[in-house]
Design a protein. Structure first.
Length: 566
């Protein structure tokens, strides 16, 4: 067979149609295995295959046989390459379907098949047999074979036709064999309807199903399949489409713009005509703008880039700018079409993996004196840091002083009324510092918690807050003993040190190792002592509180009395 393709050539404003033949290189009609070597100068072929037809029903079954399926592909080949062909035989036994036809890279085996067409089923009861199934075929184009007819009025069912390049096989509906979808596709054999006898074999075209018998006779055999190899080298365009994203950035930030570049190049030796590209942005992107080459147009609603003609050796590029949405599909596909088949790359796709804009904000808070005396001033130092990867905006720190403190001053940018430290922008790798000075009140909560926040997603939230603890002591404490009591055990004094610190007693201030009392369990009444917190890890003493141990002979109840002088 010869495929005819039309090439439309404009001449002086008129349209002339030039018909160009696609040369059939080989047609195989037999059921044997054979090999085929690509001739010199051949680089693109079309392979069409029809499966063998199924046999019509015999004796009591009499349903029509199913037609063979059709499969086809356009393949890129190289001269000297060897392929293997099998043409499926028409079935002559009701136990077996029609044979499969294939074009493969593996000798005498469907393994590695590039094109495969399934044979039709043979009738085994009064129901017409199914044609070859497209889902079991291999190829760019695949169609089911036609179904054989059921038994009607004791007549044998007609055989189904094979499928073809133009569509599905045709189902038989009575004792007549079905005619295929195009002139050269297989016609099913007729079933017997006038007298007892064998069903008629399918003989016209490839892959028709056999007709059903009438009476105690055999069904007609299915027709052999067929394999046709056609040279498309001189007909197909050699166009290539490539789609990329600017800077190869496949992980853009949500909310930012990206630019897709779609490039079409003509590698052939002739002008390519009727070129268009379908590139409709998926839901993960919102169209912003485009830049199309002169003489071409792009419609962002339909997604069609209308190129028209492209001379050999030329290249055109379309730019489409879009905003990355927070959700949606990010697989972006560009598909090329033209007046003739294209042996080059007709589709290009790129998938983006958007990232949320994120900034790892970190906050640390320290106090210059964790063991002050009541009424002393302490200074809190807050450090805000952006560990990235993106810059942060609208950064602020919540730093509300607890009731244990009275605000004194700050280094700038802090609103004591709202407790907000407004930083604003904080670039990746940048830090900012705030100091806040406060007076320690006689009572209240002495823990101070601060938190940082910004507009961007923060991947680590465990470092967004920081807390500083202060453990103040009162400046003067009096212990009043009954008149007869002359000694007192300071170790029983009710005061709680900070975590990790110890109570330390001294006979003078400022507290140090030289004035530390070695036996605070037997101090004398009428004396003045000093208590401090001691940090054994840092080997340092905090501020001291004065403790006066007195006796009162006015006490009628001989108990130890304590009071804090504020």
């Amino acid at each position: 067979m010869t495929n005819i393709s039309k090439l439309i050539i404009p001449v002086c404003g008129l349209l002339f149609v030039q018909f160009v033949s696609a040369q059939v290189l080989q047609t195989y009609n037999s059921g044997s295995n054979t090999s085929w070597t690509v001739p010199a100068g051949v680089t693109h072929i079309q392979v069409e295959a029809w499966g063998g037809g199924g046999r019509g029903g015999s004796t009591a079954t009499r349903g029509g046989g199913g037609g063979g399926a059709f499969a086809s592909s356009v393949l890129t080949v190289a001269p000297g390459d060897t392929y293997y062909i099998r043409v499926g035989s028409g079935s002559n036994n009701n136990s077996n379907p029609g044979g499969d036809s294939w074009f493969t890279t593996t000798s005498n085996s469907p393994s590695g098949a590039l094109v495969l067409a399934k044979g039709g089923k043979s009738a085994t009861n009064t129901t017409g047999a199914a044609g070859g199934t497209y889902s079991e075929c291999i190829g760019d184009i695949r169609y089911n074979g036609g179904r054989g007819a059921d038994v009607t009025s004791n007549n044998g069912g007609g055989g189904g036709s094979s499928a073809g390049a133009s569509g599905l096989g045709i189902n038989a509906i009575n004792h007549f064999g079905a005619v295929g979808p195009s002139g050269y596709d297989g016609i099913g054999g007729n079933g017997r309807n006038s007298s007892n006898g064998n069903g008629f074999a399918a003989t016209v075209g490839p892959g028709g199903g056999g007709g059903g018998a009438r009476g105690n006779y055999n069904g007609g055999n299915g027709a052999n399949g067929r394999v046709i190899i056609t040279d498309l080298t001189s007909l197909a365009y050699d166009l290539s489409i490539t789609k990329t994203v600017n800077d190869n950035n496949t992980t853009p930030l949500v909310g930012t713009d990206v630019t897709f570049n779609i490039e079409v190049e003509n590698y052939g030796t002739q002008q390519a005509q009727g070129i268009s590209v379908l590139d409709l942005l998926p839901s993960g992107f919102t169209y912003v703008s485009h830049n199309a080459p002169p003489g071409t147009t792009y419609n962002n609603i339909t997604g069609i880039w209308d190129i028209g003609n492209l001379d050999d050796g030329n290249v055109l590029e379309l730019e489409i700018t879009a905003t990355v949405n927070e959700t949606g599909s990010y697989a972006n596909i560009a598909t090329l079409s033209a007046d003739l088949d294209n042996r080059g790359m007709s589709q290009s796709n790129i998938t983006l993996f958007p990232q949320q804009s994120s900034a790892n904000l970190q906050l640390t808070k320290e106090v210059d004196n964790t063991m002050p005396a009541i009424g002393d001033e302490v200074t809190f130092t807050l450090t805000a840091y952006n560990a990235g990867p993106q810059d942060a905006t609208n950064v602020e720190v919540s730093n509300i002083l607890s009731f244990g403190y009275s605000y004194t001053s700050d280094s700038g940018g802090f609103n004591n009324t709202t407790g907000k430290w407004t930083i604003g922008s904080l670039n990746s790798g940048q830090s900012e510092t705030l100091t806040v000075t406060a007076t320690v009140n006689p009572s209240g909560n002495y823990s101070s918690l601060s938190q940082i926040s910004g507009d961007q997603f923060d991947p680590v939230t465990t470092n967004n807050s920081s807390e500083a603890f202060v453990y103040p002591i009162f400046p003067i404490i009096e212990i009043i003993l009954p008149c007869a009591t002359t000694e007192y055990d300071l170790e029983g004094f009710d005061i709680t040190p900070p975590p990790g610190a110890e109570i330390s007693w001294h006979d003078s201030s400022v507290a140090d190792d030289s004035n530390k009392i070695s036996t605070p369990s037997t101090v004398m009444a009428g004396r003045r002592y000093y208590v401090a917190f001691y940090d054994p890890v840092s080997d340092c003493y905090g501020a001291t509180s004065e403790v006066n141990v007195k006796r009162s002979c006015l006490l009628t109840n001989p108990m130890v009395r304590k009071r804090i002088i504020r």
